[in-house]
Design a protein around this ligand. Structure first.
Ligand SMILES: CC(C)(COP(=O)(O)OP(=O)(O)OC[C@H]1O[C@@H](n2cnc3c(N)ncnc32)[C@H](O)[C@@H]1OP(=O)(O)O)[C@@H](O)C(=O)NCCC(=O)NCCS
Length: 164
C-alpha cells in the first residue's frame, strides 16, 4: 500500500487505519524492540481515542512514527520513534513539525507527553525542541526502574487562530 505513494509523510486516523495497521505494527516493533505494541493495542487506540498517527517515509518506506491523542484543548503524545539507522537525520523533527502545524490548525495550544527520565536521547530531543518539565512520577516505570517526566510543549499562541 505504502509502496504506491510518493509522499514524505502520511497521516493516519480511524478512517484509514486498517490499510496501514501492518506498517505501523512493523515500524513500532523496529523502534521499540523491548516493548512493542501489537495490532490489538493499536486498534484499541484508534477505537477509543481521537488518534492521529504520522508516518515519515523515506524512499516510500516508513522510517518514523508519531502517535497523538487529541482532546478539545490539549494533545497527548503516546508514541514517537524513528528507525535506529536513520536517527539524528531530522526524521523526528519533521514529524514533530507536522504535528505542531496540525495542532495550530486545530487551535490546540498544549502538547503533553511522558518520557522515561533515563531516556537520554529522547530527553535531549524534547529539550532541544522547547519542551519543559511540568511533573515527575517517581519510579513510574519498571524493567528497568525509572521515573517518568511529564513534559509540556506550548504551541505558539501567535500561531493559534481563535476558537470558533
Ligand atoms: C527520540 C527520537 C524519536 C528522536 O528522533 P530523531 O529523528 O533521531 O531526532 P532528530 O534527528 O530530529 O533530532 C533533533 C535534535 O534532537 C536532539 N537529539 C536527538 N537525538 C539525540 C541524541 N541521541 N543525543 C543528543 N541529542 C539528540 C539534537 O539536538 C538533534 O539535533 P541535531 O541532530 O541537529 O543535533 C529517536 O531518538 C528515537 O526513536 N528514540 C527511540 C524511541 C524513543 O525513545 N522515543 C521516545 C519515547 S518518549
Amino acid at each position: 500500500m505504502i509502496n504506491s505513494l510518493e509522499k514524505a509523510e502520511l497521516v493516519i486516523n480511524r478512517e484509514n487505519a486498517d490499510r496501514f495497521l501492518e506498517s505501523i505494527v512493523e515500524l513500532d516493533a523496529a523502534c521499540f524492540p523491548l516493548h512493542p505494541w501489537d495490532a490489538g493495542i493499536w486498534k484499541g487506540l484508534f477505537d477509543h481515542h481521537r488518534l492521529l498517527v504520522y508516518l515519515a517515509l523515506r524512499q516510500k518506506q516508513p522510517v518514523g512514527l508519531l502517535a497523538v491523542s487529541l482532546l478539545p484543548l490539549e494533545a497527548e503524545l503516546l508514541r514517537f520513534g524513528v528507525r535506529q539507522n536513520v536517527r539524528r537525520q531530522s526524521v523526528g523533527s519533521g514529524l514533530l513539525d507536522g504535528l505542531v502545524r496540525e495542532l495550530t490548525r486545530l487551535s490546540i495550544a498544549t502538547l503533553f507527553l511522558e518520557v522515561r527520565e533515563d531516556n537520554r536521547p529522547a530527553c535531549l530531543f524534547y529539550r532541544a525542541k522547547g519542551f519543559i518539565t511540568v511533573g515527575k512520577r517517581k519510579d513510574y516505570y519498571c524493567n528497568p526502574r525509572s521515573s517518568a517526566l511529564i513534559l509540556s510543549y506550548r504551541v505558539a499562541q501567535d500561531n493559534v487562530p481563535p476558537r470558533r
